[in-house]
Write a protein that binds this ligand. Structure first.
Ligand SMILES: *Cc1c(COP(=O)(O)O)cnc(C)c1O
Length: 358
């Protein structure tokens, strides 16, 4: 049982079971008499962890043989650069849906010709741009499927006339994805699939090798494919915890099953935001994220913000402060955030309303 209701945006809540397994493995890994952080990454015991982790990814997301799953250091922020290094030859287009998308674009601009095809910066990224056209001459089109800071999400697999690349840092494994539609899906593990320190990349093998530049080994996806994600020493502990997190997910019934729970949790919280006179949601309703729920005090009640924060804290809510660029509150309700935590937050909002409005 969790001691608090953890709504942190990332690093964030992980399954108790994964943490317990990690503690065991830290003490004695697979009966080796050594900790998981003391064994050789070339040992057969460690090899089993890598294999199991890869097959869990394949199974849970139904990754086809055309794609390889990689575990890399450096986080999503380094993937921003790898994307451009490995895929940008002439021109790349980005959908600018937030600060993360903008950072991804910035890295690409440092490598070559990249620009925002559409942007929602005009309204603080509170919606997903619609009615834009993706030019046919792009090397790739880059999207951020879930905008962690603003609580907006592209929750379907779009048709794209050019190779589609997606930063899925904060909604990977939250819903089924048609991997075949993407040339690359990448992200940091620390939002939905594990602790910080490892990033994932699901890359379509035949989409690689189309650029003429020299790619330094550590930035070359092909090198990591050849090395089985062990071109150099991998982040062993984060990978171990990721494997246990995915095992837990499989036991929950997999991605399809968790996506139902995720929708239920999000619906519960959004219903309260829409009902409660003290609060209002910040994201366009049709683009609302099922992972990060952003809300502020309703007009006229702004003065209650700090008081609600304190009240929520006293009820065991952690990490509900909104990102500084949006303000207000953000509840991140990733896979491992239990329905009970969301219910507790909803109760807390109701109770606060009853205290303030007679
Ligand atoms: C958190 C986040 C990132 C940055 O991840 P790091 O692993 O810290 O580099 C990038 N994109 C999105 C959508 C995120 O939520």
């Amino acid at each position: 049982m969790k001691k608090v209701h953890n709504f942190n945006a990332g690093p964030c809540v992980l399954p108790d079971q994964a943490i317990d397994k990690a503690i065991e493995a830290l003490k004695d890994f697979e009966g080796t008499g050594m900790s998981v952080i003391e064994v050789s990454h070339r040992s057969k015991e460690w090899g089993k962890v890598m294999d199991e982790c890869r097959s869990l990814w394949r199974e849970l997301l139904d990754i086809p043989d055309t794609h390889e799953i990689l575990f890399l250091g450096g986080g999503a922020s380094l993937e921003f650069l790898l994307v451009a290094m490995n895929f940008l030859e002439n021109k790349a287009g980005y959908l600018e849906t937030g600060v993360w998308a903008k950072k991804a674009l910035k890295e690409a601009k440092g490598i070559g010709n990249a620009y925002a095809v559409a942007s929602s910066a005009d309204r603080t990224y509170s919606y997903i741009p619609k009615n834009y056209e993706i030019p046919f001459d792009l090397d790739y089109f880059h999207i951020t499927t879930n905008n962690t800071i603003y609580g907006t999400e592209i929750s379907y697999d779009m048709d794209c006339p050019v190779p589609l690349i997606a930063d899925m840092s904060s909604d990977i494994m939250s819903r089924p994805v048609d991997v075949s539609k993407y040339a690359l899906i990448y992200g940091g593990a620390q939002k939905n699939v594990g602790p910080a320190g490892v990033a994932f990349a699901i890359v379509r093998k035949d989409a690689l090798g189309k650029v003429t530049r020299y790619i330094p080994s550590m930035l070359d996806y092909r090198v990591h494919i050849d090395g089985g994600s062990m071109f150099n020493t991998p982040p062993v502990f984060p990978i171990f915890v990721m494997k246990e997190t995915l095992k837990w997910l499989k036991e929950q019934g997999g991605v399809e099953a968790i996506s139902k729970v995720n929708k239920e949790k999000a619906a519960l919280l959004y219903a309260e935001i829409d009902r409660n006179r003290l609060f209002t949601g910040t994201a366009a309703k049709e683009d609302r994220s099922i992972m990060n729920v952003c809300f502020v005090m309703a007009e006229g009640y702004e003065y209650l913000q700090d008081e609600f924060m304190e009240f929520a804290k006293s009820k065991g809510m952690v990490g509900i402060k909104g990102h500084r660029s949006v303000g207000g509150f953000r509840a991140s309700i990733y896979n491992a955030c239990p329905l009970e935590s969301v219910s507790a937050l909803v109760d807390c909002m109701k109770e606060f309303e009853n205290m303030k409005i007679k």
